[in-house]
Design a protein around this ligand. Structure first.
Ligand code: NDP
Length: 290
């Protein structure tokens, strides 16, 4: 193996330690950060994700509220719950676990979360602020990807970054964050004609496709930084990324594993957004407190 692994677990532990230190500073100023997580229905994967988020909060000293609502919850009932949390000054972050059951309009729900409590960074206001380079909550997975790239010492400025995928939660925002750091960014998707050739030119390759081993070794420029966002349940029952790990490891300079890569970083960045939200809502600055 040639590539150096980017250890998501170790990086996430460092980010969570930062969040824990911020929580301690906030508590000293009389504020206990609090994240409310709403889960509607019984989706097993969502239950695992929510449990993980609640555990992370405990680890960082952040108070958490877990609201489990039945599959039969109506859109209006969910909107009412969000409105109650929105007006509760002891709650700083509101997260609705996606996907929602059929019959509930996801967009209407996301839009109902006030931007200052939108720690997922999905609300139109936060997306717009990110696009225009204003302070905002960055979506957790893209922010985690950037932190992982930067952890390698790679200078993003001037590099050719190729992002495979253009979803609102991963592909588009990760491309935007790379652009904001002066990368030349190519976004590939299911209509891209010369995807293999484009990927092979990438100094930084981010795969967010949702297809196991979509990226093979020949699509990786020797010496590239490869960030594998994909989480796919393989026929062996295990989790696999979008990148053929063994082949990529022979060509990339840096590579994220799956599991143990982007996943843990996503969760850690949520903790940072929550402490940031608590500070902002109380007129405090984490920079000044550290
Ligand atoms: P989406 O399904 O929303 O988006 C997938 C993107 O990949 C789309 O833009 C789609 O193109 C593109 N795509 C699909 N097939 C092809 C193809 N054959 N060639 C080129 N492009 C293709 O997925 P998400 O962005 O939500 O997630 C992507 C992956 O990342 C999933 O495996 C998901 O589980 C994982 N994930 C991991 C997270 C983590 O914390 N590690 C967090 C979020 C997601 P088009 O737009 O044209 O349809």
């Amino acid at each position: 193996m040639h590539a150096q692994l980017i250890d998501g677990k170790a990086l996430a532990a460092a980010v969570k330690a930062e969040a824990a230190a911020e929580t301690a500073s906030l508590q000293a100023a009389g504020v206990t950060p609090c994240l409310a997580v709403i889960l509607v229905g019984e989706d097993p994967a969502s239950q695992v994700y929510v449990r993980g988020k609640i555990r992370d909060c405990a680890e960082c000293g952040i108070r958490s509220l877990e609201l489990r609502l039945p599959e039969t919850t109506t859109q209006q009932e969910l909107l009412d719950r969000i409105a109650a949390l929105a007006s509760d000054s002891t709650v700083h972050g509101i997260l609705v676990q996606l996907p929602l059951p059929a019959g509930i309009d996801e967009r209407a729900i996301i839009d109902a979360i006030p931007p200052e409590k939108d720690v997922d960074g999905f609300s139109p206001v936060n997306v717009g602020r990110m696009q225009t380079g204003q302070p905002c909550f960055l979506p957790c997975t893209p922010a985690g990807c950037i932190r992982m790239i930067e952890s390698t010492g790679t200078v993003i400025d001037g590099k050719h970054a190729v992002v495979i995928g253009r979803s609102n939660i991963v592909g588009k925002p990760v491309a935007q964050l790379l652009l904001a750091r002066n990368a030349t960014v190519t976004i590939c998707h299911s209509h891209t004609r010369n995807l293999r050739e484009l990927c092979a030119q990438a100094d930084i390759l981010v795969a967010a496709v949702g297809h196991e081993a979509f990226v093979d070794g020949s699509m990786i420029k020797p010496g590239a930084v490869v960030i594998d966002v994909g989480i796919n349940r393989g026929s062996d029952g295990k989790l696999h990324g979008d990148v053929n790990f063994a082949q990529a490891a022979e060509r990339a300079a840096f590579l994220t594993p799956v599991p143990g890569g982007v996943g843990p970083m996503t969760r850690a960045m949520l903790m940072k957004n929550t402490t940031q939200a608590a500070a902002m809502q109380n007129g405090l600055s984490l920079e000044k407190m550290s």
